[in-house]
Design a protein. Structure first.
Length: 206
């Protein structure tokens, strides 16, 4: 029991270290680049994403005395920029995974859904690093074993690299923490961000 507890603690620490290091690298990249970006007040963002979903080792939503395999995740984000720097985004993901039993594998679909606020750390370069946090739910839908839904919080960050004024490459890392039985999940995704509309805020007159 003690050994299992120590493994869980180490995994949580590893998640936090990975997230912190990723955000720091993305921030440094953003501030070392120059160029015009497309982030602008009033802009709508559509972000199709793909990546991985890493589950905590003891996560067992259906009490099957097993654990979830890490899986591929597919997501879509819909965002709106309230200012050049501050925006809100609704995100939904679908993760395909399995829960291993002694005699068979149970297919499980996982749906993290969350509403976030994000902050662009800079809008004056082609690289736009950001931080984000929000609330939502995570639903586990197991084949022939039912469903389980928990409330969660998430935080993380990422970077958008604008290849044109309206199209950006995007990388994102999120730490998901469920409420019912506290578990940590890590989402790491890559994709595109398409922007529509928006008008750059005028610089303040000195």
């Amino acid at each position: 029991m003690r050994e299992q507890f120590l493994i869980i603690v180490r995994r949580k620490k590893m998640i936090k270290k990975m997230l912190l290091c990723t955000v720091m690298v993305l921030v440094l990249l953003g501030f070392t680049q120059s160029g015009e970006c497309g982030a602008a007040k009033g802009e709508f963002l559509v972000s199709p994403m793909i990546g991985g979903h890493w589950f905590e080792g003891n996560q067992d939503p259906f009490d099957l005395n097993t654990e979830l395999d890490h899986g591929w995740t597919f997501g879509l984000g819909l965002g709106y920029l309230l200012t050049d720097h501050v925006g809100a985004e609704f995100f939904v993901n679908k993760t395909d995974t399995e829960a291993g039993l002694a005699d068979e594998e149970v297919d499980v679909d996982v749906y993290p859904v969350h509403l976030d606020l994000f902050y662009n750390l800079t809008t004056k370069t082609a690289f736009v690093p950001y931080v984000a946090a929000g609330l939502g739910t995570i639903t586990f839908d197991g084949e022939n074993v039912g469903t389980d839904t928990d409330f969660m919080v998430n935080y993380g960050g990422g970077i958008k690299y604008y290849v044109t004024d309206k199209v950006a490459l995007r990388g994102d890392v999120r730490h998901l923490i469920s409420f019912n039985e506290t578990h940590s999940n890590l989402l790491y995704t890559l994709g595109l961000a398409f922007s529509f509309g928006g008008k750059k805020e005028a610089a303040a007159v000195q």
